[in-house]
Design a protein around this ligand. Structure first.
Ligand code: PEP
Length: 260
């Protein structure tokens, strides 16, 4: 079974529209998908989760690309519209150019107290509105040291996907909290062990076929120098990259590692 490889960047709250434009100008010649004929290279899908105020600049900038990177929202609310001041509508972000949305990122869980139940509603809303949710799961250092990594990620996945049916397209990002923005990457063995376990959880919820077809990305201090070895692991189907996705050269180099 060949699963879709995905290289995703999470820009968090960085880059203005002008900086977004400059980034995509620099990224274009580095991104093989923009130069090669569509079928020449088995390119990973490339997604940028960017601030909503950068969508217009990004959509405009990637018009020049032969193979366009996808745009993703970093958050949505679970209602399509209404009196929800400050929230982002799933149909709104879709019509502004997003095809993906991040849900359950550890910063949303820890800084904004988002629960598994809230994540589940957002996953359902994303699917209903035609967005692909990327559900982020991962344990804290304390949870890992207590031996409960699998319990934590299983709970997050079972709850987060509780309102979608097996036909829905979604992606899982395994991001151990202790590796996000810390420079401490999981070892290849730790990451592979978690990804294989997550695939078994998906099999338990849905089916073996669905589990085998679902892309599971690793996130947590991925850099050009550690991406190659992680990409070789059989259950790692790509990366969700924070800091290194802000630099066109570094992110292009990580994308490249998924071409092999
Ligand atoms: C992230 O924000 O999802 C992330 C993985 O960040 P970093 O790559 O900087 O650890």
């Amino acid at each position: 079974m060949t699963r879709k490889k995905i290289a995703a960047g999470n820009w968090k709250m960085f880059k203005t529209p002008d900086e977004t434009k400059s980034f995509f100008v620099e990224f274009a010649p580095l991104f093989s998908g923009s130069q090669a004929p569509a079928s020449a290279i088995a390119c990973p899908e490339v997604v940028f989760f960017i601030p909503a105020y950068d969508f217009a600049a990004a959509v405009d900038a990637v018009k020049a690309y032969a193979e366009k990177p996808k745009i993703g929202a970093q958050n949505i609310f679970h209602e399509r519209e209404g009196a929800f001041t400050g929230e982002l509508s799933p149909i709104g972000v879709k019509s502004a150019g997003a095809t993906y949305v991040l849900i359950g990122h550890s910063e949303r869980r820890s800084l904004f107290f988002e629960s598994d139940e809230f994540a589940a509603k957002k996953v359902r809303a994303a699917v209903e509105c035609g967005l692909t949710p990327m559900l982020c799961v991962g344990e804290t250092l304390k949870e890992r040291e207590a031996g409960s990594m699998l319990d934590v990620v299983s709970r997050q996945i079972i709850a987060g996907l509780s309102q979608v049916n097996p036909d829905a397209r979604f992606v899982i990002a395994y991001e151990p909290v202790w590796a996000i923005g810390t420079g401490k990457v999981a070892t290849n063995e730790q990451a592979e062990e978690a990804h294989a376990a997550i695939r078994r959880v998906l099999e338990g919820i849905f089916s073996e076929a669905k589990a085998e077809a679902t892309s599971i990305l690793y996130g947590g201090s991925v850099k050009p120098d550690n991406a190659g070895a992680l990409a070789q692991q059989p259950n790692i189907d790509g990366f969700l990259v924070g800091g290194a996705s802000l630099k066109a050269r570094d992110f292009a180099s990580i994308v490249e590692k998924l071409n092999h």
